[in-house]
Structures are given as structure tokens and as C-alpha cells.
Write a protein that binds this ligand. Structure first.
Ligand code: ADP
Ligand code: ASP
Ligand code: MG
Length: 406
């Protein structure tokens, strides 16, 4: 007998009919002799709807109340599935984050899981009950509801799989696996049978929505085998796993894009020691993640400093920078949210030269201007104008011949 954690995303539970087909899939898994823990997202579009309402209610909604509100979509789906399973003769019980006790830190909107208590779930499994857990949510030490960041149900599922020592964590979604790039924007994208945790992590961090980065980090740390599969067909699937010796080290294995980017420029900043710290320390104190940073060459002791943040942080980041602007002697702050980040990823890059140059030349041939560049050992990212996102992804996918099986 195995313990299986199955996570179903928003499109897989988008309406009653789809939840019914999830119920049938769960029953099949249980009848095959497995213990089943199901983790669900909210119905597709529901979290966006709740976020919109919060933003209409106040300019900067109180973070505690915001998290309580946006976590409610998951309460609807887990209870509906449990009701359906029970109605079909399969004993099932739903759990919200605080009922499991998915303990997190207090960083509302992007909380990190500190601990998952397993007693209640294991007791139910022993009785033969299917346990249905609300993804995306947890509770902090003071019993406030917290959420784990967009796409956080993936992380809930992997954290539960790790804590319960499950045999496998299946992530059911609307594509049948992890592709060389988003199959919804590039028809030549190729599904991979396997991908290493490290490559998946870089792809996820660079915007490949199919798994939340934190889910991959946890899977790697606790060695949880993760399968990405389709909710709608039994074909395909991709195993995310540790590197094995026979795995091909591709120079470039994937192309990703991230539209959730905004570029903030602090204009005419005095080029003095300590200025960068005074700009970036308050941002980090407010849990705002700064991704790329560039500083222009200094002219007359002044420079422009440009960095990127997630779009949802624009308002707060601009306010924080505006508050220290006078203090550091900078002139003004400018925001451009009409940008996207396009990245190429591959562990084989470490031992190859010319990869970044080929990326730049490919974009240049299409007349795509590169605004910012950042590189790591296994990734090169460029910020470009948002309207070029699809074109950039497609020409890079072609240039690195990713449609071909190696
Ligand atoms: P869910 O609601 O099931 O969590 P998501 O929308 O979060 O689903 O993630 C699945 C989506 O990820 C796909 O529909 C696809 O458009 C996108 N995606 C981006 N990059 C990739 C990739 N490399 N492979 C597969 N899907 C990708
Ligand atoms: N419902 C949440 C979201 O839309 C969590 C998830 O789908 O994973 O971000
Ligand atoms: Mg998702």
C-alpha cells in the first residue's frame, strides 16, 4: 500500500463537473489500494476575483484580512469534493490549513511553511478516509490565516508529501507535463519525461508557472518524487527528480518568461558608499523581493539605479523608495510595468561558452531591445518590452533547437 498525495489546480476544479471527475480519479486511486491525501486549489479565476475585491475595498488592504479573504476559494473546493466523495460512498474529510495545522511564518501573502502536523491526517487515513486539504493556506503562531503566494497549492502538496513521507506527489494540471517552454505560447514546445530538481527550480523561479518555486525547493530538500500530469488525460507526465548520472546535461533545456515584472528606476542617485543599502534595506524589511539590479556608469558623481520587482509590489516599492528619495539625494523614481523577463535555462551552460551571446544575437535579429540582463551558472535572463514576450520565447526555442529530442 502506498501513500499518494494528489494536487489538483484551479482549472481541474473549475466547476462541479470537473470536481466530480476529480472525485472519480481519487476513488480509482484509493481502489487501487492507496491511501490518498488530496490538495486542492480554488476554482480557476476565484483567487483573482477575491484579490480584485480586496483592492476595491482599500488602496492597501490590511495584510491579515487580505490573506483571510483570498484563502477562502480553497474552502469551497475542498468541502465540495469531500461532500461529493461521501455522496459516492467514499469516506472523505476536508481540512483547512489551520485544522491540519500547516504552521507558517507571519509574512502575509508569501508565508513560508515552518511545520506540518501530521497526527490528524494520519488518524483519518488509518480509518480509511480520504483526506482533502485546502492548498495555499496556513496559520501562524498567533492563529492568523496566512497564504503562501500565488500558485502556493503546489507547495502545500509537496510539504504535506514530505511531512507524511508519501511515496509520491502527483501535481495534476491543465498540461500533461513540463515542457521545454510554455506549450500554450509555443507550439513546438516538447514535453520532457524527466527533469532535475535544479533545472525545474530555475525554470520555476524564472516564471514557468507549472510549479511554484518553493514547491520544487521542498521537493529537492526532502527528496519527494513529483509527477506533473494532466487532469484530463492519462497520457504523458513528467517526473521531477534528482540528477542521475545518465541524464543528459543539456546546454539549454528550457525557455521561460515572466510577465509579473516591473522596472523601477531611481534617477540621479549620488554615487556614494551606502546609498544602495539605504534604498534596498527598507524594501527587504517590507518583504519585497528585488530581482535584477543594474547601476549605470556614474556621470558627475551621479548615476541611475534600475531594479525589478513583482508587479503586485509596485505601489509599495514606489512608496518606500519615494520616502527615502530626499534622504539619499536622488531626483525621482520612475516605473515601467510594460516589461517581461525572458530566460534560458540549462545545467550544461556551466561548461559551455557563447550561450549568452547566442541569446543576445537571436533577440537582436528580431529587433528586440534588451533592457536588463542577469546571469547565473545555469540561467541567462533578459528584460524586454512586454509585447515581444511570445516572439522572444519562440525564436529562442528555435535557436537552441529545443523541439529536437537529444
Ligand atoms: P494550476 O492551476 O493547475 O496550478 P498553472 O496555471 O499554475 O496550473 O500552471 C500550468 C500552466 O503553466 C500551463 O497551463 C502552462 O501555460 C504554464 N507553463 C509555463 N511554462 C510551462 C512549461 N515549461 N511546461 C508546462 N507548462 C508551463
Ligand atoms: N488559488 C491560489 C492561486 O490562484 C493557489 C493556487 O492555485 O495554487 O494562486
Ligand atoms: Mg499553479
Amino acid at each position: 500500500m502506498s501513500l499518494v498525495v494528489q494536487k489538483y489546480g484551479g482549472t481541474s476544479v473549475a466547476n462541479i463537473d470537473k470536481i466530480a471527475s476529480v472525485a472519480r480519479k481519487v476513488i480509482r486511486t484509493r481502489e487501487a489500494g492507496n491511501d490518498v491525501v488530496v490538495v486542492l486549489s480554488a476554482m480557476a479565476g476565484e483567487t483573482d476575483r477575491l484579490i480584485n475585491m480586496a483592492q476595491k475595498a482599500a488602496d492597501e488592504p490590511d495584510a491579515r484580512e487580505y490573506d483571510s479573504l483570498i484563502s477562502t476559494g480553497e474552502q469551497v473546493t475542498v468541502t465540495l469534493l469531500a461532500i461529493m466523495l461521501n455522496g459516492m460512498g467514499c469516506p472523505a474529510k476536508s481540512f483547512l490549513g489551520f485544522q491540519v495545522r500547516v504552521l507558517t511564518d507571519q509574512a502575509f501573502k508569501k508565508a513560508r511553511i515552518l511545520q506540518v502536523e501530521t497526527t490528524a491526517i494520519l488518524d483519518e487515513l488509518k480509518k480509511g478516509t480520504v483526506v482533502v486539504v485546502a492548498g495555499f493556506q496556513g496559520v501562524d503562531r498567533e492563529n492568523n490565516v496566512t497564504t503562501l503566494g500565488r500558485g502556493g497549492s503546489d507547495t502545500s502538496a509537496v510539504a504535506l508529501a514530505a511531512a507524511l513521507k508519501a511515496d509520491v506527489c502527483d501535481i495534476y494540471t491543465d498540461v500533461d507535463g513540463v515542457y521545454t517552454t510554455d506549450p500554450n505560447i509555443c507550439s513546438r514546445a516538447r514535453r520532457m519525461d524527466r527533469i532535475t530538481y535544479d533545472e525545474m527550480l530555475e525554470m520555476a523561479r524564472a516564471g514557468a508557472k507549472v510549479l511554484q518555486p518553493r514547491a520544487v525547493e521542498l521537493a529537492k530538500k526532502y527528496n519527494v518524487p513529483v509527477y506533473v500530469k494532466s487532469s484530463f488525460t492519462d497520457e504523458g507526465g513528467t517526473l521531477v527528480t534528482k540528477e542521475e548520472r545518465d541524464m543528459e546535461k543539456e546546454v539549454v533545456s528550457g525557455v521561460t518568461y515572466d510577465r509579473d515584472q516591473a522596472k523601477i528606476t531611481v534617477v540621479h542617485v549620488p554615487d556614494r558608499p551606502g546609498v544602495a543599502a539605504r534604498l534596498f534595506t527598507p524594501l527587504s524589511e517590507h518583504n519585497i523581493v528585488v530581482d535584477m539590479i543594474i547601476q549605470n556608469a556614474s556621470i558627475d558623481g551621479h548615476t541611475d539605479l534600475t531594479f525589478t520587482v513583482s508587479r503586485k509590489d509596485i505601489r509599495e516599492a514606489t512608496r518606500i523608495i519615494s520616502e527615502v528619495l530626499k534622504d539619499v539625494g536622488a531626483e525621482k523614481v520612475e516605473v515601467d510595468d510594460n516589461v517581461a523577463k525572458v530566460s534560458i535555462i540549462g545545467v550544461g551552460m556551466i561548461s559551455h561558452s557563447g550561450v549568452a551571446a547566442k541569446m543576445f544575437a537571436t533577440l537582436a535579429r528580431e529587433g528586440i531591445n534588451i533592457m536588463m540582463i542577469s546571469t547565473s551558472e545555469i540561467k541567462v535572463s533578459c528584460v524586454v518590452e512586454a509585447k515581444y514576450t511570445e516572439l522572444a520565447v519562440t525564436v529562442l526555442h528555435d535557436a537552441f533547437e529545443l523541439e529536437k529530442e537529444s
